[in-house]
Design a protein around this ligand. Sequence first.
Ligand SMILES: Nc1ncnc2c1ncn2[C@@H]1O[C@H](COP(=O)(O)OP(=O)(O)OP(=O)(O)O)[C@@H](O)[C@H]1O
Ligand SMILES: [Mg+2]
Length: 292
Amino acid sequence: MIDFTNLPTRKKAYGGANGSKLSVIYNNELYMLKLPMHALKNPSLSYTNSCTSEYLGCHIFNMLGIKAQETLLGEYEYHGKVKNVVACKDFTSPNTTIVDFASVKNQIIDSASNGYGTELSDILDTIQKQNAVDPKELEEHFWNMFVIDAFIGNWDRHNGNWGFLYNQETDEMKIAPIFDCGSSLFPQIDDELIKKVISSKAEMNARVYDMPTSAILVDGKRGNYHKMITSLKYRGCTDAVKRIAPRINLEDINILIDEVEQLTQLQKDFLKAILKLRKELILDATLKEIEK
Ligand SMILES: Nc1ncnc2c1ncn2[C@@H]1O[C@H](COP(=O)(O)OP(=O)(O)OP(=O)(O)O)[C@@H](O)[C@H]1O
Ligand SMILES: [Mg+2]
Protein backbone atom coordinates (compact mmCIF):
# COMPACT_ATOMS: atom_id res chain seq x y z
CA MET A 1 0.00 0.00 0.00
CA ILE A 2 1.47 3.38 -0.99
CA ASP A 3 1.81 5.89 1.85
CA PHE A 4 1.17 9.38 0.46
CA THR A 5 1.57 11.15 3.82
CA ASN A 6 5.03 12.65 3.83
CA LEU A 7 5.49 13.49 0.17
CA PRO A 8 6.60 16.90 -1.10
CA THR A 9 3.54 19.09 -1.71
CA ARG A 10 2.72 21.79 -4.28
CA LYS A 11 0.58 24.89 -3.95
CA LYS A 12 -1.69 23.87 -6.84
CA ALA A 13 -5.29 23.61 -5.60
CA TYR A 14 -8.21 21.71 -7.13
CA GLY A 15 -11.93 22.48 -7.05
CA GLY A 16 -14.85 20.07 -6.74
CA ALA A 17 -17.39 19.51 -4.00
CA ASN A 18 -16.66 15.92 -3.06
CA GLY A 19 -13.89 15.99 -0.51
CA SER A 20 -10.55 17.60 0.28
CA LYS A 21 -7.75 17.52 -2.27
CA LEU A 22 -3.99 18.01 -1.98
CA SER A 23 -1.28 18.23 -4.59
CA VAL A 24 1.74 16.03 -4.02
CA ILE A 25 4.81 14.94 -5.92
CA TYR A 26 5.11 11.17 -6.22
CA ASN A 27 7.81 9.54 -8.38
CA ASN A 28 8.68 12.99 -9.76
CA GLU A 29 5.13 13.54 -11.05
CA LEU A 30 2.33 15.79 -9.84
CA TYR A 31 -0.72 14.04 -8.41
CA MET A 32 -4.05 15.28 -7.10
CA LEU A 33 -4.70 13.38 -3.89
CA LYS A 34 -8.45 12.90 -3.28
CA LEU A 35 -9.48 12.25 0.32
CA PRO A 36 -12.77 10.48 1.04
CA MET A 37 -15.91 12.41 2.07
CA HIS A 38 -18.05 11.69 5.09
CA ALA A 39 -20.87 9.39 3.98
CA LEU A 40 -23.75 11.85 4.43
CA LYS A 41 -26.38 9.47 3.06
CA ASN A 42 -25.23 6.58 5.24
CA PRO A 43 -24.38 7.42 8.87
CA SER A 44 -23.26 3.84 9.59
CA LEU A 45 -20.38 4.28 7.12
CA SER A 46 -17.85 6.85 8.34
CA TYR A 47 -16.38 7.61 4.91
CA THR A 48 -17.65 6.87 1.41
CA ASN A 49 -15.79 4.44 -0.82
CA SER A 50 -15.46 7.17 -3.45
CA CYS A 51 -11.68 6.62 -3.64
CA THR A 52 -11.97 2.98 -4.67
CA SER A 53 -14.81 3.95 -7.02
CA GLU A 54 -12.54 6.56 -8.61
CA TYR A 55 -9.77 4.04 -9.03
CA LEU A 56 -11.97 1.24 -10.41
CA GLY A 57 -14.04 3.57 -12.61
CA CYS A 58 -10.97 5.12 -14.25
CA HIS A 59 -9.35 1.72 -14.73
CA ILE A 60 -12.50 0.34 -16.35
CA PHE A 61 -12.62 3.30 -18.78
CA ASN A 62 -8.99 2.64 -19.72
CA MET A 63 -9.65 -1.11 -20.13
CA LEU A 64 -12.50 -0.27 -22.54
CA GLY A 65 -10.24 1.90 -24.69
CA ILE A 66 -11.40 5.31 -23.45
CA LYS A 67 -8.47 7.22 -22.02
CA ALA A 68 -8.87 8.12 -18.37
CA GLN A 69 -6.59 9.71 -15.80
CA GLU A 70 -4.03 7.39 -14.18
CA THR A 71 -4.94 6.54 -10.60
CA LEU A 72 -3.22 4.86 -7.65
CA LEU A 73 -4.73 3.79 -4.34
CA GLY A 74 -2.97 4.40 -1.06
CA GLU A 75 -3.16 5.82 2.44
CA TYR A 76 -2.83 9.24 4.02
CA GLU A 77 -2.41 9.86 7.74
CA TYR A 78 -4.00 12.96 9.22
CA HIS A 79 -4.25 13.71 12.95
CA GLY A 80 -3.33 10.13 13.77
CA LYS A 81 -6.03 8.65 11.53
CA VAL A 82 -5.18 6.72 8.38
CA LYS A 83 -7.51 7.30 5.45
CA ASN A 84 -7.79 5.52 2.12
CA VAL A 85 -7.03 7.96 -0.67
CA VAL A 86 -6.79 7.94 -4.44
CA ALA A 87 -3.97 9.72 -6.26
CA CYS A 88 -4.91 11.04 -9.70
CA LYS A 89 -1.97 11.91 -11.94
CA ASP A 90 -2.32 15.53 -13.02
CA PHE A 91 -2.87 15.54 -16.79
CA THR A 92 -2.32 19.26 -17.26
CA SER A 93 1.06 20.85 -18.07
CA PRO A 94 2.47 24.39 -17.82
CA ASN A 95 0.93 25.15 -21.25
CA THR A 96 -2.15 22.99 -21.00
CA THR A 97 -5.09 23.66 -18.74
CA ILE A 98 -8.36 21.88 -18.22
CA VAL A 99 -11.49 23.48 -19.68
CA ASP A 100 -14.67 21.72 -18.68
CA PHE A 101 -17.62 21.09 -20.99
CA ALA A 102 -19.61 23.64 -18.97
CA SER A 103 -17.18 26.39 -20.04
CA VAL A 104 -17.37 25.41 -23.70
CA LYS A 105 -21.18 25.32 -23.38
CA ASN A 106 -21.04 28.90 -22.10
CA GLN A 107 -19.65 29.93 -25.51
CA ILE A 108 -22.90 28.94 -27.21
CA ILE A 109 -24.77 32.20 -27.19
CA ASP A 110 -28.24 30.83 -27.96
CA SER A 111 -27.92 27.75 -25.71
CA ALA A 112 -31.20 26.86 -23.96
CA SER A 113 -29.53 26.72 -20.52
CA ASN A 114 -26.31 27.83 -18.84
CA GLY A 115 -23.00 25.95 -18.94
CA TYR A 116 -24.04 23.59 -16.17
CA GLY A 117 -27.41 22.73 -17.74
CA THR A 118 -27.43 19.01 -18.46
CA GLU A 119 -30.62 18.60 -20.50
CA LEU A 120 -29.63 16.03 -23.13
CA SER A 121 -30.98 17.97 -26.13
CA ASP A 122 -29.08 21.06 -25.01
CA ILE A 123 -25.82 19.08 -24.57
CA LEU A 124 -26.18 17.51 -28.03
CA ASP A 125 -26.90 20.94 -29.51
CA THR A 126 -23.73 22.36 -27.91
CA ILE A 127 -21.71 19.40 -29.22
CA GLN A 128 -22.80 20.29 -32.77
CA LYS A 129 -22.23 24.05 -32.36
CA GLN A 130 -18.93 24.15 -30.42
CA ASN A 131 -15.68 24.58 -32.33
CA ALA A 132 -13.24 23.24 -29.72
CA VAL A 133 -12.95 19.84 -31.43
CA ASP A 134 -14.59 17.97 -34.31
CA PRO A 135 -18.32 17.61 -33.44
CA LYS A 136 -18.47 14.02 -34.68
CA GLU A 137 -15.50 13.03 -32.50
CA LEU A 138 -17.05 14.80 -29.50
CA GLU A 139 -20.45 13.22 -29.97
CA GLU A 140 -18.84 9.77 -30.12
CA HIS A 141 -16.88 10.58 -26.98
CA PHE A 142 -19.98 11.77 -25.16
CA TRP A 143 -21.91 8.59 -25.89
CA ASN A 144 -18.92 6.31 -25.14
CA MET A 145 -18.71 8.03 -21.78
CA PHE A 146 -22.47 7.78 -21.24
CA VAL A 147 -22.48 4.04 -21.95
CA ILE A 148 -19.53 3.32 -19.65
CA ASP A 149 -21.05 5.55 -16.97
CA ALA A 150 -24.21 3.45 -17.32
CA PHE A 151 -22.17 0.28 -16.86
CA ILE A 152 -20.39 1.54 -13.73
CA GLY A 153 -23.47 3.36 -12.41
CA ASN A 154 -22.10 6.90 -12.38
CA TRP A 155 -24.44 9.32 -10.67
CA ASP A 156 -22.48 12.51 -11.28
CA ARG A 157 -21.24 13.10 -14.86
CA HIS A 158 -22.27 16.76 -14.82
CA ASN A 159 -20.79 19.28 -17.27
CA GLY A 160 -17.92 20.06 -14.88
CA ASN A 161 -16.87 16.42 -14.81
CA TRP A 162 -15.65 16.05 -18.37
CA GLY A 163 -14.06 18.30 -20.92
CA PHE A 164 -11.00 19.39 -22.77
CA LEU A 165 -7.33 20.24 -22.48
CA TYR A 166 -6.53 23.71 -23.80
CA ASN A 167 -3.04 24.54 -25.02
CA GLN A 168 -2.66 28.28 -24.59
CA GLU A 169 0.46 28.44 -26.75
CA THR A 170 -1.08 26.81 -29.82
CA ASP A 171 -4.74 27.70 -29.03
CA GLU A 172 -5.62 24.05 -29.59
CA MET A 173 -8.19 21.99 -27.72
CA LYS A 174 -8.39 18.25 -27.38
CA ILE A 175 -10.65 15.95 -25.41
CA ALA A 176 -9.34 15.49 -21.86
CA PRO A 177 -8.86 12.08 -20.27
CA ILE A 178 -11.83 10.91 -18.20
CA PHE A 179 -11.73 12.11 -14.59
CA ASP A 180 -14.04 12.09 -11.56
CA CYS A 181 -15.58 8.65 -11.44
CA GLY A 182 -15.89 8.93 -7.64
CA SER A 183 -19.68 8.77 -7.69
CA SER A 184 -19.87 5.46 -9.51
CA LEU A 185 -20.09 1.87 -8.23
CA PHE A 186 -22.31 2.65 -5.23
CA PRO A 187 -19.73 4.39 -3.03
CA GLN A 188 -22.07 4.67 -0.03
CA ILE A 189 -23.15 1.04 0.30
CA ASP A 190 -21.83 -0.71 3.43
CA ASP A 191 -21.45 -4.39 4.33
CA GLU A 192 -24.78 -4.51 6.21
CA LEU A 193 -26.71 -3.23 3.23
CA ILE A 194 -24.73 -5.41 0.81
CA LYS A 195 -25.78 -8.51 2.77
CA LYS A 196 -29.41 -7.51 2.32
CA VAL A 197 -29.06 -6.53 -1.33
CA ILE A 198 -26.86 -9.28 -2.71
CA SER A 199 -29.24 -12.09 -1.74
CA SER A 200 -32.32 -10.35 -3.11
CA LYS A 201 -33.10 -10.36 -6.82
CA ALA A 202 -35.47 -7.41 -6.42
CA GLU A 203 -32.86 -5.32 -4.58
CA MET A 204 -30.17 -6.15 -7.15
CA ASN A 205 -32.50 -5.41 -10.08
CA ALA A 206 -33.46 -2.08 -8.50
CA ARG A 207 -29.75 -1.17 -8.64
CA VAL A 208 -29.82 -1.73 -12.39
CA TYR A 209 -33.29 -0.57 -13.47
CA ASP A 210 -33.86 2.34 -11.08
CA MET A 211 -30.62 3.59 -9.56
CA PRO A 212 -28.38 5.39 -9.87
CA THR A 213 -29.89 7.80 -12.37
CA SER A 214 -27.77 9.86 -14.76
CA ALA A 215 -26.77 13.49 -14.27
CA ILE A 216 -28.01 13.96 -17.86
CA LEU A 217 -31.60 15.20 -17.87
CA VAL A 218 -34.39 14.16 -20.19
CA ASP A 219 -37.32 16.61 -20.11
CA GLY A 220 -35.98 18.09 -16.90
CA LYS A 221 -35.67 14.76 -15.06
CA ARG A 222 -32.51 12.77 -14.30
CA GLY A 223 -32.21 10.14 -17.03
CA ASN A 224 -32.80 6.45 -16.35
CA TYR A 225 -29.78 4.67 -17.84
CA HIS A 226 -31.63 1.43 -18.55
CA LYS A 227 -34.62 3.07 -20.23
CA MET A 228 -32.58 5.55 -22.23
CA ILE A 229 -30.15 2.96 -23.60
CA THR A 230 -32.46 0.01 -24.27
CA SER A 231 -35.04 2.29 -25.97
CA LEU A 232 -32.67 2.61 -28.99
CA LYS A 233 -34.05 6.15 -29.21
CA TYR A 234 -30.66 7.83 -29.43
CA ARG A 235 -28.68 6.71 -32.47
CA GLY A 236 -25.32 7.87 -31.08
CA CYS A 237 -25.96 5.93 -27.89
CA THR A 238 -26.89 2.74 -29.73
CA ASP A 239 -23.72 3.00 -31.82
CA ALA A 240 -21.68 3.44 -28.62
CA VAL A 241 -23.19 0.29 -27.11
CA LYS A 242 -22.16 -1.60 -30.26
CA ARG A 243 -18.62 -0.23 -29.87
CA ILE A 244 -18.21 -0.60 -26.12
CA ALA A 245 -20.19 -3.68 -25.01
CA PRO A 246 -18.07 -6.24 -26.92
CA ARG A 247 -14.93 -4.82 -25.28
CA ILE A 248 -16.12 -5.64 -21.76
CA ASN A 249 -14.26 -8.59 -20.28
CA LEU A 250 -15.77 -9.34 -16.87
CA GLU A 251 -12.96 -11.73 -15.95
CA ASP A 252 -10.37 -8.96 -16.32
CA ILE A 253 -12.59 -6.58 -14.34
CA ASN A 254 -13.00 -9.19 -11.59
CA ILE A 255 -9.20 -9.51 -11.33
CA LEU A 256 -8.94 -5.72 -11.05
CA ILE A 257 -11.52 -5.70 -8.23
CA ASP A 258 -9.89 -8.64 -6.42
CA GLU A 259 -6.59 -6.77 -6.31
CA VAL A 260 -8.01 -3.82 -4.33
CA GLU A 261 -6.78 -4.25 -0.75
CA GLN A 262 -9.10 -1.54 0.56
CA LEU A 263 -12.30 -3.46 -0.19
CA THR A 264 -13.83 -6.21 1.95
CA GLN A 265 -14.64 -9.56 0.34
CA LEU A 266 -18.32 -8.68 0.54
CA GLN A 267 -17.77 -5.38 -1.26
CA LYS A 268 -15.81 -7.19 -3.96
CA ASP A 269 -18.55 -9.79 -4.39
CA PHE A 270 -21.18 -7.05 -4.67
CA LEU A 271 -19.22 -5.00 -7.22
CA LYS A 272 -18.58 -8.05 -9.39
CA ALA A 273 -22.24 -9.10 -9.23
CA ILE A 274 -23.67 -5.66 -9.96
CA LEU A 275 -21.33 -5.04 -12.88
CA LYS A 276 -22.26 -8.42 -14.37
CA LEU A 277 -25.95 -7.62 -13.97
CA ARG A 278 -25.66 -4.08 -15.37
CA LYS A 279 -23.81 -5.47 -18.38
CA GLU A 280 -26.47 -8.12 -18.98
CA LEU A 281 -29.59 -6.08 -18.33
CA ILE A 282 -28.51 -2.79 -19.91
CA LEU A 283 -25.83 -3.43 -22.53
CA ASP A 284 -26.39 -7.04 -23.64
CA ALA A 285 -30.16 -6.42 -23.61
CA THR A 286 -29.58 -3.47 -25.96
CA LEU A 287 -27.51 -5.61 -28.34
CA LYS A 288 -30.37 -8.14 -28.42
CA GLU A 289 -32.87 -5.35 -29.09
CA ILE A 290 -30.71 -4.14 -32.01
CA GLU A 291 -30.69 -7.66 -33.52
CA LYS A 292 -34.47 -7.78 -33.38
N1 LIG B 1 -6.12 14.24 -13.15
C1 LIG B 1 -6.39 15.55 -13.08
N2 LIG B 1 -5.46 16.45 -13.50
C2 LIG B 1 -5.71 17.76 -13.44
N3 LIG B 1 -6.83 18.32 -12.97
C3 LIG B 1 -7.80 17.47 -12.54
C4 LIG B 1 -7.64 16.06 -12.57
N4 LIG B 1 -8.77 15.47 -12.10
C5 LIG B 1 -9.58 16.48 -11.77
N5 LIG B 1 -9.02 17.68 -12.02
C6 LIG B 1 -9.62 19.00 -11.75
O1 LIG B 1 -9.94 19.04 -10.38
C7 LIG B 1 -11.34 19.27 -10.21
C8 LIG B 1 -11.84 18.47 -9.03
O2 LIG B 1 -11.65 17.09 -9.26
P1 LIG B 1 -12.88 16.10 -9.18
O3 LIG B 1 -13.88 16.45 -10.23
O4 LIG B 1 -12.30 14.72 -9.25
O5 LIG B 1 -13.44 16.42 -7.72
P2 LIG B 1 -14.87 16.17 -7.04
O6 LIG B 1 -14.81 16.84 -5.72
O7 LIG B 1 -15.17 14.72 -7.07
O8 LIG B 1 -15.85 16.96 -8.00
P3 LIG B 1 -17.48 17.06 -7.95
O9 LIG B 1 -17.80 18.35 -7.31
O10 LIG B 1 -17.80 17.04 -9.42
O11 LIG B 1 -17.96 15.84 -7.23
C9 LIG B 1 -11.98 18.87 -11.53
O12 LIG B 1 -13.17 19.57 -11.76
C10 LIG B 1 -10.91 19.23 -12.53
O13 LIG B 1 -10.97 20.60 -12.87
MG1 LIG C 1 -15.85 16.75 -10.17
